[in-house]
Design a protein around this ligand. Structure first.
Ligand SMILES: [Cu+2]
Length: 97
């Protein structure tokens, strides 16, 4: 049940010329809008929930603005799963373009 998710218009950077076998192409960053955060402690909960998702490399969650910026390996997880994780923690999120 592996789902592929490609961000519309978000091109995957193709490795440079002669850059052999460096598998960094799976990392991408997405900004999630998390409107349900109501105080400065909320981003901590959101961050923890996102960090538990396999394939997530980095999370920056802020209350102002109410956002979580997530760097993740798109071979291991999907944006859908990231959104699920915040929703399960009580904070539904949407992708910010
Ligand atoms: Cu809070």
């Amino acid at each position: 049940m592996l789902k592929q998710w490609k961000i519309a218009g978000g091109s995957i950077v193709v490795g440079g010329v002669g850059c052999a076998g460096i598998g960094l192409s799976g990392n991408q960053t997405v900004t999630l809008s998390v409107p349900g955060m109501t105080c400065s402690a909320c981003p901590i909960t959101v961050k923890k929930a996102l960090q538990k998702v396999q394939g997530v490399a980095k999370v920056t969650a802020t209350f102002e603005p109410k956002e979580a910026v997530v760097t993740f390996d798109d071979r291991k997880t999907t944006i859908d799963r990231l959104r699920e994780a915040t929703t399960h923690a009580g904070y539904p999120s949407t992708v910010k373009e």
